[in-house]
Design a protein around this ligand. Structure first.
Ligand code: HEC
Length: 123
């Protein structure tokens, strides 16, 4: 009986410790980002499309999709349609890590995440 009380007390103290250290801010959520990564003005036209253009359109533009298994990532609606797969691909958590043979910088991965979290606006 006494021992179970001590166990509960220890767990409670640990929980308190972890809760008190929880900061829901950008630095804590994305510790690897440097200050030059713009996480506030993330837009489709200014952030997402240029990133895809630089890293993906050799195989996923409307003209080149035959090199990328027929996955189109050029028009806004095609990007939205494929977005869940894009997230898995660029986070490299799924079966097809993208781009092949490399990884995007963490800023681009985070910006894509932010765009998805914002509801994939066409801005
Ligand atoms: C050199 C060509 C090439 C480049 C560059 C490339 N891909 Fe791909 N991608 C492929 C191929 C080929 C496949 C088909 C899967 C496979 O065979 O590996 C594919 C598949 C995919 C898929 C579908 C995965 C699934 O779940 O079915 C997504 C999403 C994707 N690529 C996103 C991207 C993104 C985003 C980029 C840029 C960051 C990118 N790709 C860059 C060739 C490429």
């Amino acid at each position: 009986m006494k021992r179970s009380f001590i166990t509960v007390a220890v767990i409670a103290i640990f929980l308190l410790f972890f809760i008190s250290c929880y900061y829901d801010n950008e630095e804590a959520l994305y510790p690897t980002l440097n200050s030059s990564c713009d996480t506030t003005n993330v837009t489709f036209s200014g952030t997402i499309a240029p990133m895809l253009n630089n890293n993906c359109y050799s195989c996923h533009s409307d003209a080149t999709a035959s090199f990328g298994a027929g996955i189109h990532l050029q028009s806004f609606s095609d990007v939205v349609t494929n977005s869940a797969r894009v997230v898995a691909a660029i986070k490299q958590t799924g079966p097809y890590p993208m781009p092949p043979g490399g990884k995007l910088n963490s800023c681009s991965v985070t910006q894509y995440d932010i765009w998805v979290r914002n509801g994939m606006p066409n801005n």
